[in-house]
Design a protein around this ligand. Structure first.
Ligand SMILES: Nc1ncnc2c1ncn2[C@@H]1O[C@H](COP(=O)(O)OP(=O)(O)OP(=O)(O)O)[C@@H](O)[C@H]1O
Length: 453
């Protein structure tokens, strides 16, 4: 067995320390031994310790176990995630129960049985690995939340459609009901899910998002339910799955419509039992999650076509929130555009930007097939490209509407329109545009300048 992790052994008996050092050196990569507990915190400072084996009695002659409980609480106060196994010469079950209640992971009685002690310490080590992973996942989520800035604040708008969505969310957030959010791409389904979480009693816990469309069949179980070391070739360590990581919080399953039929059954079984079994283990672990799913697929139609399980749809669809497409939100388009303009104006240090009235008409008249995401990107690009404070339609690379025919009156109009379309199609890549139009980059530059593109 490969040695792994660092164990800290705290015991004032030198003979015990020597014996443990010899035994544990065959199991752990590093064994640190100390005889006085007031060195514990300094040792933990290194950040290397995975498990502490702590004697309960230190002051000679006073075997009440209180010293152990005192140092246990100090360790928990310093690094709550490090498992502490207590060691006592007295088989005192009351003390064991009290210690476990106060945060000890387990309890071993002296004289000890080597195999049992090693098994207990290895279990504690694995527990630490899981806790560390959950902590990392949570930290990642926090970073992700932070990265949503500056567009993190939800702009609800004033349209009836969005007011209804908001009212519904406020009502259901406080319940633990499963919510299914539907809507076209980019309408804000994830932002709605985050809002439900933020308004719920679970707001102090993490929301873990999983893109179901990005998970392969082979990794599904290990990603969602976790695995134990050795469960398959690449499983070098125990690993928590997203379900366990979201415990006490919210699990957001995005693109649920992309899940294969076989995986839908596995997901359903877990949702029904509220327990997960890590791959390679046979021990079910209880999970307490609030489930939010999102999709842009028509799930009832998929049920009819036999590609989505009806029982899974019932399970995830206790409350249904439909986020309307941007084109149905009327003036909200401008409210959102102005919010993005303020955010990106700050980000790119271009304060006091505004839209010309022609631009506002253009923004309102466009159909926004990519919804809020497209609006956000469009405004960001315009802010980057503009060099005046009032943004005119020329600052925008509007995508052409299907079937839209611009009233082109002169040859110059046509030339300008061809260049504009090529710029949109090639996302501003000037070399590609020049080659597509059969002109040099220099000519393209000159024409762009002439046409104010
Ligand atoms: N009401 C809103 N207020 C502010 N920003 C919003 C709003 N709705 C959406 N956005 C922004 O638009 C972008 C797309 O939103 P989000 O990812 O929530 O959409 P989605 O419907 O989950 O997209 P997809 O279907 O592609 O997963 C994000 O950057 C988000 O911050």
């Amino acid at each position: 067995m490969a040695k792994q992790g660092t164990i800290l052994v705290v015991d004032d008996n030198k003979a015990v320390l020597n014996a443990l050092e010899m035994l544990l050196a065959g199991v752990f990569r590093e064994v640190i031994t100390i005889r006085t507990p007031n060195q514990i915190e300094a040792t933990l400072e290194s950040g290397r310790v995975d498990v502490v084996l702590l004697d309960m009695n230190f002051s000679a002659g006073i075997n009440t176990g209180n010293e152990g409980l005192y140092w246990l609480s100090r360790i928990k106060g310093y690094a709550a995630e490090i498992p502490v196994v207590l060691f006592t010469a007295y088989a005192d079950i009351d003390l064991a129960v009290r210690a476990v209640k106060e945060g000890a992971t387990d309890f071993v009685v002296k004289p000890w049985d080597n195999a049992k002690l090693v098994a207990t310490l290895l279990a504690a080590y694995r527990l630490h690995e899981s806790r560390r992973e959950v902590k990392q996942l949570k930290a990642k989520e926090e970073v992700l939340k932070g990265q949503l800035s500056p567009e993190r604040t939800v702009v609800w708008g004033e349209s009836d459609a969005m007011c209804r969505v908001r009212q519904l969310i406020e009502k259901v957030a406080v319940t633990d009901a499963n919510v299914l959010i539907t809507g076209e791409n980019g309408t804000g389904k994830e932002i709605v899910a985050r809002e439900i979480h933020a308004l719920s009693g679970r707001k102090g816990e993490v929301m873990i998002s999983v893109d179901m469309g990005a998970i392969t069949e082979t990794l599904f179980e290990s990603e969602l339910f976790g695995h134990v070391k050795g469960a398959f070739t690449d499983a070098r360590e125990d690993r928590v799955g997203k379900f366990e990581a979201a415990n006490k919080g919210t699990l957001f399953l995005d693109e649920i419509g992309n899940l294969s039929y076989a995986l839908q059954s596995k997901l359903l079984a877990t949702l029904q039992s509220r327990k997960v079994i890590r791959v390679g283990s046979n021990k079910p672990v209880d999970v307490n999650i609030r489930l939010i799913c999102a999709t842009n697929s028509d799930l009832p139609r998929m049920v009819k076509e036999g590609t989505f399980r009806e029982d899974l749809l019932y399970r995830i669809n206790t409350i249904h929130v439909e986020v309307p497409p941007l084109r149905e939100r009327g003036n909200d388009i401008l409210l959102l555009a102005e919010a993005f303009l303020r955010d990106y104006g700050r980000k790119y240090r271009k304060p006091d930007l505004s839209f010309s009235s022609e631009t506002r008409q253009r923004l309102l008249g466009y159909s926004w097939p990519g919804n809020v995401r497209e609006l956000q990107h469009t405004v960001e690009k315009a802010v980057i490209m503009c060099d005046r404070q009032v943004l005119t339609p020329e600052d925008f690379l509007f995508k052409s509407e299907p079937g839209e025919i611009a009233p082109l009156e002169t040859l110059e109009d046509m030339e300008r329109e061809m260049i504009r379309k090529a710029l949109v199609r090639h996302e501003g890549n000037l070399s590609a545009v020049a080659s597509r139009l059969g002109i040099t980059r220099q000519t393209l530059y000159n024409k762009m300048k002439k046409f104010n593109l």
